[in-house]
Design a protein around this ligand. Structure first.
Ligand SMILES: Nc1ncnc2c1ncn2[C@@H]1O[C@H](COP(=O)(O)OP(=O)(O)OP(=O)(O)O)[C@@H](O)[C@H]1O
Ligand SMILES: [Mg+2]
Length: 224
Protein backbone atom coordinates (compact mmCIF):
# COMPACT_ATOMS: atom_id res chain seq x y z
CA UNK A 1 0.00 0.00 0.00
CA UNK A 2 1.26 3.42 -0.96
CA UNK A 3 2.14 5.91 1.79
CA UNK A 4 4.11 8.63 0.06
CA UNK A 5 4.61 9.49 -3.60
CA UNK A 6 6.72 12.06 -5.42
CA UNK A 7 5.56 12.98 -8.91
CA UNK A 8 8.26 14.95 -10.79
CA UNK A 9 9.17 16.95 -7.72
CA UNK A 10 11.55 19.91 -8.11
CA UNK A 11 12.93 22.09 -5.35
CA UNK A 12 14.79 25.27 -6.21
CA UNK A 13 16.30 27.72 -3.75
CA UNK A 14 16.98 31.33 -4.78
CA UNK A 15 20.67 32.02 -4.43
CA UNK A 16 21.99 35.51 -5.17
CA UNK A 17 21.04 36.19 -8.79
CA UNK A 18 20.57 32.54 -9.63
CA UNK A 19 18.96 29.42 -8.21
CA UNK A 20 20.14 26.18 -6.69
CA UNK A 21 18.42 23.14 -8.18
CA UNK A 22 18.40 21.12 -4.98
CA UNK A 23 16.02 18.50 -6.36
CA UNK A 24 15.14 17.89 -10.02
CA UNK A 25 12.26 15.76 -11.35
CA UNK A 26 12.20 13.28 -8.51
CA UNK A 27 9.60 10.53 -8.88
CA UNK A 28 9.25 7.51 -6.61
CA UNK A 29 6.84 5.81 -4.24
CA UNK A 30 7.30 4.74 -0.63
CA UNK A 31 5.09 1.77 0.19
CA UNK A 32 3.97 0.36 3.50
CA UNK A 33 6.71 -1.84 4.96
CA UNK A 34 9.52 -0.31 2.89
CA UNK A 35 13.00 0.08 4.33
CA UNK A 36 14.73 2.60 2.08
CA UNK A 37 18.21 4.15 2.15
CA UNK A 38 18.82 7.50 0.43
CA UNK A 39 22.45 7.70 -0.66
CA UNK A 40 24.53 10.42 -2.26
CA UNK A 41 27.43 12.83 -1.76
CA UNK A 42 27.23 15.95 0.42
CA UNK A 43 25.04 18.63 -1.17
CA UNK A 44 23.32 16.18 -3.54
CA UNK A 45 19.84 16.92 -2.15
CA UNK A 46 19.19 14.19 0.43
CA UNK A 47 18.05 16.45 3.27
CA UNK A 48 15.97 18.50 0.83
CA UNK A 49 14.26 15.28 -0.22
CA UNK A 50 13.66 14.25 3.41
CA UNK A 51 12.18 17.64 4.30
CA UNK A 52 9.78 17.35 1.36
CA UNK A 53 8.89 13.78 2.36
CA UNK A 54 7.87 15.01 5.79
CA UNK A 55 6.23 18.09 4.30
CA UNK A 56 8.41 20.37 6.34
CA UNK A 57 8.86 22.13 3.01
CA UNK A 58 6.83 22.45 -0.20
CA UNK A 59 8.04 21.58 -3.69
CA UNK A 60 8.68 24.34 -6.25
CA UNK A 61 7.12 22.07 -8.87
CA UNK A 62 5.51 18.66 -8.99
CA UNK A 63 3.30 16.72 -6.63
CA UNK A 64 3.88 15.28 -3.19
CA UNK A 65 1.19 12.80 -2.16
CA UNK A 66 0.56 11.42 1.32
CA UNK A 67 -1.83 8.47 1.45
CA UNK A 68 -2.91 9.42 -2.09
CA UNK A 69 -3.79 12.97 -1.17
CA UNK A 70 -1.97 15.82 -2.78
CA UNK A 71 -0.12 17.90 -0.23
CA UNK A 72 -1.55 21.15 -1.63
CA UNK A 73 -5.05 19.90 -0.86
CA UNK A 74 -4.25 19.30 2.80
CA UNK A 75 -4.65 22.31 5.12
CA UNK A 76 -1.80 23.51 7.32
CA UNK A 77 -3.53 22.31 10.48
CA UNK A 78 -4.11 18.87 9.01
CA UNK A 79 -0.52 18.64 7.79
CA UNK A 80 0.72 19.41 11.29
CA UNK A 81 -1.58 16.74 12.65
CA UNK A 82 -0.42 14.10 10.16
CA UNK A 83 3.17 14.99 10.97
CA UNK A 84 2.55 14.68 14.71
CA UNK A 85 0.63 11.42 14.53
CA UNK A 86 1.97 9.50 11.55
CA UNK A 87 5.55 10.61 10.93
CA UNK A 88 8.57 10.13 13.17
CA UNK A 89 11.52 12.40 12.43
CA UNK A 90 15.16 11.96 13.29
CA UNK A 91 16.91 15.12 12.14
CA UNK A 92 20.53 15.58 11.10
CA UNK A 93 20.89 18.15 13.89
CA UNK A 94 19.35 16.67 17.01
CA UNK A 95 16.84 19.47 17.65
CA UNK A 96 16.32 18.56 21.29
CA UNK A 97 14.94 21.30 23.53
CA UNK A 98 17.82 22.23 25.86
CA UNK A 99 15.73 23.24 28.89
CA UNK A 100 13.66 20.09 28.84
CA UNK A 101 14.71 16.75 30.32
CA UNK A 102 15.41 13.69 28.20
CA UNK A 103 12.01 12.35 29.27
CA UNK A 104 10.24 15.61 28.33
CA UNK A 105 11.96 15.71 24.96
CA UNK A 106 11.04 12.12 24.15
CA UNK A 107 7.44 12.80 25.17
CA UNK A 108 7.01 15.85 22.91
CA UNK A 109 5.25 14.13 19.96
CA UNK A 110 2.58 12.83 22.33
CA UNK A 111 2.00 16.34 23.66
CA UNK A 112 0.94 17.38 20.14
CA UNK A 113 -1.38 14.41 19.77
CA UNK A 114 -5.02 15.38 19.29
CA UNK A 115 -5.92 12.39 21.43
CA UNK A 116 -3.02 11.66 23.81
CA UNK A 117 -2.81 7.97 24.77
CA UNK A 118 -3.41 7.14 28.46
CA UNK A 119 -0.17 5.14 28.57
CA UNK A 120 1.94 8.09 27.35
CA UNK A 121 4.53 7.97 30.15
CA UNK A 122 4.86 4.22 29.83
CA UNK A 123 5.49 4.55 26.10
CA UNK A 124 8.17 7.18 26.70
CA UNK A 125 9.92 4.89 29.20
CA UNK A 126 9.76 2.00 26.75
CA UNK A 127 11.16 4.07 23.88
CA UNK A 128 14.01 5.35 26.06
CA UNK A 129 14.78 1.81 27.20
CA UNK A 130 14.87 0.64 23.58
CA UNK A 131 17.67 3.09 22.75
CA UNK A 132 19.39 2.49 26.09
CA UNK A 133 18.71 5.94 27.53
CA UNK A 134 16.22 5.18 30.30
CA UNK A 135 18.91 5.72 32.97
CA UNK A 136 19.29 9.32 31.74
CA UNK A 137 15.61 10.25 31.67
CA UNK A 138 16.00 13.17 34.09
CA UNK A 139 19.08 14.68 32.47
CA UNK A 140 19.17 17.68 30.14
CA UNK A 141 20.42 17.24 26.54
CA UNK A 142 23.44 19.44 27.34
CA UNK A 143 24.61 16.80 29.79
CA UNK A 144 24.71 14.09 27.12
CA UNK A 145 27.20 13.06 24.47
CA UNK A 146 26.38 13.51 20.78
CA UNK A 147 25.54 9.84 20.36
CA UNK A 148 23.32 9.85 23.43
CA UNK A 149 21.43 12.89 22.10
CA UNK A 150 20.92 11.09 18.83
CA UNK A 151 19.50 8.12 20.70
CA UNK A 152 17.05 10.41 22.54
CA UNK A 153 16.03 11.89 19.17
CA UNK A 154 15.33 8.36 17.94
CA UNK A 155 13.27 7.56 21.05
CA UNK A 156 11.30 10.74 20.40
CA UNK A 157 10.65 9.62 16.81
CA UNK A 158 9.36 6.23 18.01
CA UNK A 159 7.16 7.33 20.85
CA UNK A 160 4.02 8.06 18.84
CA UNK A 161 4.36 4.75 16.97
CA UNK A 162 4.42 6.55 13.62
CA UNK A 163 3.43 4.95 10.35
CA UNK A 164 6.65 6.11 8.75
CA UNK A 165 10.04 7.06 10.19
CA UNK A 166 12.21 9.60 8.35
CA UNK A 167 15.80 9.64 9.57
CA UNK A 168 18.58 11.88 8.25
CA UNK A 169 21.96 10.25 9.08
CA UNK A 170 20.63 8.58 12.24
CA UNK A 171 23.93 6.83 12.87
CA UNK A 172 26.24 9.58 11.59
CA UNK A 173 27.37 10.69 15.04
CA UNK A 174 27.54 7.29 16.68
CA UNK A 175 30.41 4.90 17.32
CA UNK A 176 30.20 1.67 15.34
CA UNK A 177 28.80 -0.36 18.25
CA UNK A 178 26.01 2.10 19.07
CA UNK A 179 25.33 2.55 15.35
CA UNK A 180 24.91 -1.21 15.02
CA UNK A 181 22.43 -1.22 17.93
CA UNK A 182 20.41 1.58 16.36
CA UNK A 183 20.44 -0.20 13.01
CA UNK A 184 19.22 -3.42 14.64
CA UNK A 185 16.48 -1.36 16.22
CA UNK A 186 15.43 -0.01 12.81
CA UNK A 187 15.52 -3.53 11.36
CA UNK A 188 13.32 -4.80 14.18
CA UNK A 189 10.87 -1.90 13.70
CA UNK A 190 10.74 -2.67 9.99
CA UNK A 191 10.08 -6.35 10.73
CA UNK A 192 7.17 -5.19 12.87
CA UNK A 193 5.82 -3.48 9.76
CA UNK A 194 7.04 0.05 10.28
CA UNK A 195 8.09 1.95 7.14
CA UNK A 196 11.55 3.53 7.33
CA UNK A 197 13.40 5.97 5.07
CA UNK A 198 16.92 6.86 6.13
CA UNK A 199 19.70 8.97 4.70
CA UNK A 200 23.18 7.54 5.06
CA UNK A 201 26.72 7.96 3.79
CA UNK A 202 27.61 4.54 5.11
CA UNK A 203 27.43 1.70 2.55
CA UNK A 204 27.33 -0.78 5.46
CA UNK A 205 24.12 0.84 6.70
CA UNK A 206 22.60 0.98 3.21
CA UNK A 207 23.42 -2.70 2.70
CA UNK A 208 21.01 -3.64 5.45
CA UNK A 209 18.03 -1.82 3.93
CA UNK A 210 15.71 -3.38 1.34
CA UNK A 211 15.94 -0.62 -1.22
CA UNK A 212 18.49 2.09 -2.09
CA UNK A 213 17.82 5.37 -3.86
CA UNK A 214 20.95 7.15 -5.11
CA UNK A 215 20.84 10.94 -5.44
CA UNK A 216 23.37 12.89 -7.48
CA UNK A 217 23.24 16.67 -8.11
CA UNK A 218 19.57 16.78 -7.13
CA UNK A 219 18.60 13.94 -9.44
CA UNK A 220 17.68 10.38 -8.64
CA UNK A 221 20.57 8.67 -10.34
CA UNK A 222 19.47 5.10 -9.85
CA UNK A 223 17.63 2.73 -7.61
CA UNK A 224 18.94 -0.64 -6.46
N1 LIG B 1 17.63 26.78 2.49
C1 LIG B 1 18.46 26.69 1.46
N2 LIG B 1 18.74 27.79 0.68
C2 LIG B 1 19.58 27.69 -0.37
N3 LIG B 1 20.18 26.57 -0.76
C3 LIG B 1 19.94 25.45 -0.04
C4 LIG B 1 19.09 25.46 1.11
N4 LIG B 1 19.04 24.19 1.62
C5 LIG B 1 19.85 23.45 0.83
N5 LIG B 1 20.39 24.19 -0.16
C6 LIG B 1 21.28 23.71 -1.23
O1 LIG B 1 20.65 22.62 -1.87
C7 LIG B 1 21.59 21.60 -2.19
C8 LIG B 1 21.17 20.29 -1.52
O2 LIG B 1 21.29 20.42 -0.12
P1 LIG B 1 20.93 19.26 0.90
O3 LIG B 1 20.98 19.82 2.27
O4 LIG B 1 19.68 18.63 0.47
O5 LIG B 1 22.17 18.26 0.67
P2 LIG B 1 22.51 16.86 1.37
O6 LIG B 1 22.54 15.83 0.30
O7 LIG B 1 21.59 16.63 2.51
O8 LIG B 1 24.00 17.10 1.91
P3 LIG B 1 24.73 16.55 3.26
O9 LIG B 1 25.11 15.12 2.98
O10 LIG B 1 25.92 17.42 3.36
O11 LIG B 1 23.79 16.71 4.40
C9 LIG B 1 22.95 22.12 -1.71
O12 LIG B 1 23.61 22.68 -2.82
C10 LIG B 1 22.59 23.18 -0.70
O13 LIG B 1 23.57 24.19 -0.65
MG1 LIG C 1 21.85 16.56 4.61
Amino acid sequence: MEILRFDNVCKRYPMGDGVVNALVDASFTINEGDFVAILGPSGSGKSTLMHLLGFLDSPTEGGVYFENRRLEDISGTQRARIRAEKIGFVFQAFNLLPRMSVFGNAKLPLAYHSNPPPDADERVRKALALVGMDHRANHKPGELSGGQRQRVAIARALVNEPRIILADEPTGNLDSKTAATILELFEELNRQGRTIVLVTHDPKVAERTKRQIHVLDGRIARET
